[in-house]
Write a protein of this length. Structure first.
Lengths: 534, 512
């Protein structure tokens, strides 16, 4: 079903110009004439730089104690930890011109907006490090009498947080609440009762079964059992077959993992619902922290000073030396030879393997599934909204292929913002990696816009008329999907084991779940490993 | 003898058709005026709206005139059909446009297509009539008479419209009424003109439903208006402006006028003194010597008028979102009369800003802060009643200062009122809730709040008031059981509890 509907949409991409074009021309403005750009970060620059491997002799020589390759959340978290531990001599090299990776945000006409990850659920009380970081970032402003964190009210997502477009109408929240069959209601009720009990369940080792970061979770055999089956199989065998419930759970899996129910392990599918035990002063466990610029806010908080950060450099290779490692890096105009005692590979595993090809030729990349994400930012005039439910932070369309759109101006305190930026998220799931790569490379902005506008048509019939800019941003490697068996197989731990106390790994590829909490933990774990071994 | 009769008959026929020209000219212009008025009412900028509507209308008339040459055969039959069609389209244009108010995106499309269609149909009328009359007059006479009558009809319409029609019938009924007149012209021709006999029956089958539709429209227009507006403006609208933030509507009758923002009553001139005296003076009296005053919201300048009665006041800073409101109440003599020129007073500084943003970046501290926002009927206004907002406002308050919040009706919206009280309490204020009766609003609530418990209420009002006195204020502090405190949540940005209470409390009232 989903594959077929995907193929249908792929057909639309190919023929969109013919099918949608003429009909779109009927409206005052078609998506074709809206200005904007298509960007594919990490791709063009990477390919360009790949070609110009300079002669090492001409390169500027740098030396540092710790080299961090990759300026996403994991690399920055490692850097923060090392610097806080008194390691001043850390050099971070990032390919893009700004740090942030999948957590990046952007700006259009002075208005910040997310480009990727855009929220952080309030963490569990036992995630002490994350809480300490949020205090640094100003998202936690104190403690109440019960010692619960007091969250910054400007960062907690304002009400109304989310809405669902269901059969032509918006409803509050993401769970369908009207016209439901009795069976549907029963299954929703059962599912939430089950996840509520799983939330409190601990394994034989006394740890929670479902926990962020995953490294702190229980290793109970029950977890392994859940991880060895697909979420869709598990749902069926537990009597969850209601189409509305499955729609909702499919949305959740796409939203957090960029993957569909059959791809994701049952453990991961449940993790989304059973791992949030966040607590704080006057907050509910499902409250989230959001910022107009998305998780770029967290990136900026990790990156308080820019000292020892080099952007626009691709690390092409790394070799082991007597003292440590030596890395080659190139930018558009320079090349560097970096001597370091230790290196943290804070890049996707496939990239790490490429860089390490000379040093560790036997290393094979992990077999991971990464769905590409196509992000569309629409800068619009004040849009007319249908119905009584106003625009929310998160706006989801029931049964659609995308996971909806985010209103970047949601946290603004203006009575009525005149402009808006809607960031629309579309994970390309259910497509083999090769095909999806091909599709992305041939994707053109106008065709994609036509498809996005088509999806939003029932909500905003005159969207093109209100849109001033429309940009496409493609994440070729969105986030790793926790596929069946991945989390319990041990391959992730194995692949991220430090090599000769010189090469360390920090990336959500090694967590199996790509969320900020994991990246943050990955960075800390790598930094701690370096500190322990001196 | 026979010849004279024939002649007289011809004369009667001609006179009759010339009367028709007069009537349809009046109708034609009325449709144009209705469209122009509705457009400027909704979209603002009346010069632009009127001139584009007139332009499109005249151009469409030209198109209609040109197309009229295509009509062949029985011209009188065509004319009857045309009258019925003009009656239907023109008559319904008012109600249709009115109903499209809520779909602002679609409104201009509907507006200009209706204007063009009506204009085109009206444009066919005169050339068609001239052709019907062409064998009865010389071209010289024909042109002079038809156009004289046509322009006279236009004059009549342009006088009737503002003086009689809008005040007494309103825009919707005016439009339907003139639609009906067009159909009456058709009926009249059908029964008075011999040549119509052979198609009379067919024409009546068409005329009957159209006339009935327009007639019932006249009867139910009241219902339509209230259905469209949600809350009905009982009185004629005397002024309306649309700003980027809200729709400002002022209605008036002989006794008073009322200000509505987005359809919600803000004050009635006959009893606003009760509201504003109760809002301002208890706090001012309790503080005794307040010098620097901040007013948030309240762009009508009425609270400022009351504050200016206190000689201790040195500065008043008014922060309001909407320049349209300020301009009206500062520069429009009719309204500045009501606030006694308060907004032009040298002690008064006006800032156009969004209150939340402004409060966060402001530096100054004030003795007394008057918070006079619209009721928390939506999320964006609800933010201005949150704990976070009050904590920010607290920073703008001198340690011994106080603030007052207009807090909706403790009778109708009991939970909303006490929610504001609970929220101020959570933000670390000592609160003094009170209420009074404002005839236009009903029971109305206010909350005085101060960081230090220092307000004194053994006051004697040293200023002239019409409503408030020390005795009256003592009564205002008493809440009868049906308005007594209830346990409610604190209003926060992440729960917007107040908006939810407010919707539930006022819901039954807004949709009877």
């Amino acid at each position: 079903m989903d594959r077929r509907s995907f193929l249908r949409s792929a057909f639309w991409i190919g023929s969109g110009a013919w099918l949608v074009g003429p009909s779109a021309l009927w409206s005052c403005q078609s998506p074709f004439s809206i200005p904007g750009e298509l960007t594919m970060p990490n791709y063009k620059l990477g390919h360009q730089l790949q070609k110009k491997k300079d002669n090492p002799r001409d390169c500027q020589k740098l030396s540092t104690k710790v080299l961090i390759i990759g300026g996403g959340a994991s690399g920055l978290s490692a850097r923060r930890w090392l610097r806080q531990a008194g390691y001043a001599d850390v050099l971070l090299v990032e390919l893009e011109s700004v740090c942030g990776g999948n957590a990046r945000g952007g700006r259009l006409e002075e208005m910040p907006h997310p480009l990727g990850a855009h929220y952080l659920p309030i963490p569990d009380s036992d995630n002490k490090e994350l809480i300490r970081f949020l205090e640094e970032a100003g998202s936690i402003i104190g403690r109440n009498q019960e010692n619960l964190p007091i969250y910054n009210p400007y960062h907690l997502c304002h009400d109304p947080m989310e809405r669902l477009f269901l059969e032509g109408k918006w409803i509050n929240g993401l769970i369908p609440n009207y016209g439901l069959r009795e069976e549907t209601q029963i299954q929703f009720g059962k599912f939430f009762a089950l996840t509520a009990s799983l939330k409190q369940r601990k394994g034989v080792d006394g740890r929670y079964l479902f926990q962020f970061p995953l490294s702190e979770a229980s290793k109970d055999p029950f977890m392994t059992e859940l991880d060895q089956q697909s979420f869709s199989d598990w749902l069926l065998s537990n009597g969850f077959d209601d189409p509305d419930l499955l729609h909702y759970l499919r949305y959740c899996c796409k939203d957090d993992y960029g993957a569909d129910l059959p791809q994701v392990s049952a453990f991961a599918g449940l993790h989304y619902h059973a791992a949030r035990r966040g607590a704080g002063d006057q907050v509910a466990s499902d409250d989230v922290l959001v910022w107009p610029e998305g998780n770029q806010f967290l990136i900026n908080a990790l990156l308080k000073d820019q000292e020892g950060v080099k952007t626009g450099f691709l690390v092409t290779s790394l070799t082991l030396t007597d003292q440590g490692v030596s890395a080659q890096a190139v930018s558009e105009s320079e090349c560097l030879t970096i001597e370091a005692e230790k290196v943290i590979m804070a890049v996707p595993d496939a990239v790490a393997c490429k860089i390490l090809a000379e040093a560790i030729p036997e290393r094979q990349p992990l077999k991971l599934t990464h769905s590409p994400w196509v992000i569309t930012q629409l800068l619009t005039e004040k849009l007319p909204e249908k119905g009584a439910v106003p625009l929310c932070w998160d706006n989801v369309i029931h049964g659609s292929q995308s996971v909806g759109y985010v209103n970047a101006a949601h946290q603004q305190l203006n009575r009525i913002p005149q402009k808006r930026i809607l960031t629309h998220y579309w994970p390309i799931v259910n497509l083999p990696q090769k095909e999806s790569r091909k599709m992305l490379q041939s994707l053109n902005r106008e065709d994609w816009l036509a498809q996005v506008f088509e999806e939003l048509k029932p909500i905003y019939p005159d969207l093109a008329q209100y849109t001033k800019q429309a940009h496409i941003w493609i994440w070729g490697h969105g986030m790793v999907a926790p596929t069946i068996g991945l989390l319990s197989s041990g391959v992730l731990q194995q692949a991220s084991t430090p090599i000769q106390n010189r090469i360390f790994f920090a990336h959500t590829d090694y967590s199996g779940i790509s969320v900020f909490e994991e990246a943050f933990d990955q960075g800390i774990k790598a930094a701690q490993a370096i500190l322990q071994n001196g | 003898m026979v010849k004279t009769r024939q002649r007289r008959k011809t004369d009667a026929f001609s006179f009759f058709l010339l009367t028709a020209v007069f009537v349809i000219a009046t109708c034609g212009l009325v449709y144009e005026l209705v469209a122009g008025a509705l457009a400027s009412y909704l979209l603002g900028d009346s010069v632009l709206q009127f001139s584009t509507v007139i332009g499109v209308y005249l151009c469409a008339m030209g198109v209609g005139s040109y197309l009229s040459k295509g009509l062949e055969g029985d011209l009188i039959r065509w004319f009857v059909r045309l009258e019925l069609l003009v009656g239907l389209v023109g008559g319904l244009s008012g109600p249709l446009l009115y109903a499209a108010f809520h779909y602002i995106g679609a409104f201009p499309v509907l507006l200009y297509s209706l204007v063009a269609l009506t204009g085109m149909l009206v444009g066919i009328e005169i050339p068609l009539l001239m052709r019907i009359l062409s064998d009865r007059f010389t071209i010289k006479d024909l042109v002079s008479r038809v156009f004289a009558v046509d322009y006279l009809g236009a004059l009549l319409a342009s006088l009737l419209f503002p003086l009689l029609l809008v005040p007494y019938l309103g825009l919707i009924r005016t439009s339907l009424f003139f639609g009906l007149i067009n159909t009456i012209v058709a009926w009249w021709i059908l029964f008075r003109v011999e040549e119509t006999r052979h198609f009379r029956r067919a024409a009546i089958r068409l005329a009957m439903p159209i006339s009935l539709l327009l007639l019932s429209g006249m009867f139910f227009s009241e219902k339509l208006t209230s259905w469209v507006e949600g809350s009905l403006y009982q009185d004629p609208i005397i002024l309306s402006r649309s700003s980027p933030y809200q729709r400002v509507v002022i209605t008036g009758n002989k006794r008073e006028f009322k200000l509505f923002l987005n359809g919600n009553l803000q004050f009635a001139s006959s009893d606003e003194y009760r509201y504003h005296e109760a809002l301002v003076h208890p706090g001012m009296a309790g503080l005794a010597q307040a010098r620097n005053i901040l007013v948030l919201g309240g762009g009508d300048g009425l609270a400022v008028r009351e504050i200016l009665k206190w000689p201790s006041v040195k500065n008043i800073h008014l922060v309001d979102l909407d320049p349209v409101m300020i301009d009206l109440f500062r520069d429009h003599s009719f309204f500045s009369h009501l606030n006694q020129g308060a907004l032009k007073h040298p002690k008064v500084t006006v800032t156009h800003a969004d209150a939340f943003q402004w409060v966060r970046q402001a530096q100054e501290q004030y003795d007394f802060i008057v918070i006079d926002f619209p009721d928390p009927s939506n999320y964006s206004i609800g933010k201005l009643y949150t704990e976070t907002f009050y904590l920010e406002v607290k920073k703008r308050l001198k340690p011994n200062g106080a603030l007052v919040v207009q807090s909706t009706s403790p009778y109708v919206a009991r939970r909303s009122f006490w929610c504001i009280n609970t929220t101020l309490d959570a933000a670390g204020f000592h609160t003094i809730p009170y209420h009074c009766y404002v005839p236009s609003f009903g029971e109305w609530g206010y909350i005085l709040a101060s960081p230090a418990y220092n307000l004194k209420f053994d006051f004697k009002l040293p200023i002239k008031t019409r409503f408030l006195s020390a005795n009256v204020f003592r009564q205002m502090l008493v809440f009868p059981p049906d308005m007594a405190p209830v346990k409610v949540d604190v209003n926060r940005l992440n729960n917007q509890a107040l908006v939810h209470y407010f919707e539930a409390d006022w819901g039954p009232y807004s949709n009877p």
